[in-house]
Write a protein of this length. Structure first.
Length: 280
């Protein structure tokens, strides 16, 4: 007989060491609350393939950069698509879930994003800067990120290296993140000290801030799931997209009070209910 409650396989790497964050604490909290409404088991990303057929849905949370288990992740995506497995977030995301190509696409389309190129001949399209950020298209969690002086940039891209992105170093006032469940805004957090990225405080967004963030949520087109829009406040006051995290965004729930955490959990539970009830 089917279970009276939906069965969820919650994918995380409780041992992953992230700078300035404790992923495991967040997932211990979330699983404790999700168990109020769902039958739930926790597994490492490399165990997902062997277990997922016994569950109604797979929830991918703080599973760490997929570079650490790329082979298993690729096979998971293939099998999930072939078998119609319900994966939360759905694997159709166009942002970080698929690499950093979206930063190039959004730049070309004129979205408010830090200008990004991947070819030496396109460097002229970037604002002049003393330093530039170079990062892998398949990078995550700052893995492989380098700061390169302007004088050495063209040599670095000699031979048309297409697996890296180049952006100007932006002298921003602060970074701010907007958190969404499905298409509903939940809360915003910012780092008032530029040298302490993960010491976050609540941020009260303006209507213009939310309009900025929602543009990227709409562009990505995910009907279900959790997304984080990371932005920086440029010197002219404009917000620019840094990253759109749609695979396993860390939520910084420890920066919220009990009321804020309860509200997020309620939104996530309702989202999962809708997701599991939606047509396959």
């Amino acid at each position: 007989m089917p279970s009276a409650r939906p069965r969820l396989l919650y994918v995380t790497d409780l041992a992953y060491q992230a700078r300035g964050r404790r992923y495991c604490d967040e997932d211990i909290f979330l699983t404790s609350r999700l168990r109020e409404d769902f039958d739930l088991a926790v597994c490492h990303p490399r165990d997902t393939l062997a277990l997922m057929d016994a569950f109604d849905g797979v929830v991918v949370r703080n599973s760490g950069p997929v570079l650490g288990y790329q082979d298993a992740h690729d096979e998971f995506r293939r099998r999930a698509a072939a078998d119609g497995t319900r994966v939360y977030n759905p694997l159709s995301g166009r942002a970080d879930m698929a690499g950093k190509q979206y930063l190039l696409d959004l730049t070309t389309a004129g979205y408010p994003v830090i200008p990004t190129v991947d070819r030496a001949e396109d460097l002229r399209l970037l604002p002049e800067a003393d330093r530039y950020v170079v990062k892998p298209k398949l990078g995550a969690d700052s893995i492989g990120l380098r700061i390169v002086p302007a004088a050495g940039l063209r040599d670095l891209l000699a031979g048309d290296v297409r697996d890296v992105l180049v952006q100007p170093c932006v002298d921003f006032a602060y970074e701010v993140s907007f958190y969404f469940v499905d298409h509903d805004f939940q809360y915003a957090l910012y780092a008032p000290h530029t040298d302490r990225r993960w010491q976050l405080e609540r941020y009260e967004p303006t209507d213009a801030d939310l309009e900025f963030a929602r543009r990227f949520i709409e562009w990505n087109g995910l009907d279900h799931g959790i997304q984080r829009v990371d932005a920086c406040r440029a010197p002219d006051g404009e917000l620019l997209l840094v990253e759109l995290e749609d695979l396993n965004p860390y939520l910084s729930l420890d920066a919220l009070d009990d009321t804020g955490r309860d509200a997020f959990v309620a939104a996530m539970k309702a989202s999962l209910d809708r997701f599991l009830a939606a047509p396959a």
